[in-house]
Ligand binder design. Sequence first.
Ligand code: P6P
Length: 281
Amino acid sequence: MNEILETVAAAAPEIRAGLPDRRRYADAENPSGERQLAADEYADKLLGDRLTALGSVASYASEERTDVIESEGRYHVAVDPLDGSSNLRSNNAMGTIVGVYDEPLPAPGRSLVASGFVLFGPITTMVAAEAGTVTEYVLEDGNPTIATESVTLPAEPTVYGFGGRVPDWPAAFADYAESIEQELKLRYGGAMIADVSQVLTYGGIFAYPALKSAPDGKLRLQFEGNPIAHIVETAGGASSDGARSLREVEPSDLHERVPVHVGNESLVDRLEAALGESRHA
Ligand code: P6P
């Protein structure tokens, strides 16, 4: 595991231990205009300090910060310090997402050399894509212990989770969702990484689609879409913004949003056909 992922893993127990006293809202918003919890600020400061101290880090970008922190190394790190932090008040799963790019940010997802997410579930784990394989680690004391090697999506999909409100789904997505609902079981919990963990474990699809009210969807390309696409594609699945792999999207802004669909390739292919923009055309 490279030192950037190791540093995020080592910080996980401290971040988790700091959650109980930080469930209150800070009086600030993140660059996406979302209210920040004290926990968001805490996790971001801890990770920013630790990662910018590494010799391999050239820059640190966070979903919680407007600008990038420049440093001297080679890799450009994008972090969502607490993905799903709104689950903290309700005590549901959440975690940290990290993408390690070898180009300055904003960068396309194909330039990711490593990606990972820490999941604060019943146990604390990290799922990481690196060198063409996905590995699950248990992080109970911050030291990664391999739990599952070569994580691969099951061939038979079982679960789905779609964000946004049903009346806000464009007709083509609503039609697709209706067909999926007849086939799979609903697993949606308000934190993408927890829902993606279900897809990696049981097979299926997670989407936060384009909405009538938000044509670019909700999730951020650099901090959420790209790293998760890297993990799911490396695990044998597929990703799409509705027309192409998320990792082929050419970014123009550090905090830009993108419609996110990740899971079994057959389900992603059906989605693109339903939206009329299949990559195989
Ligand atoms: P909603 C968490 O805030 C997040 O960025 C993702 O982790 C999650 O999938 C989504 O937003 C949840 O959004 O609209 O269901 O609250």
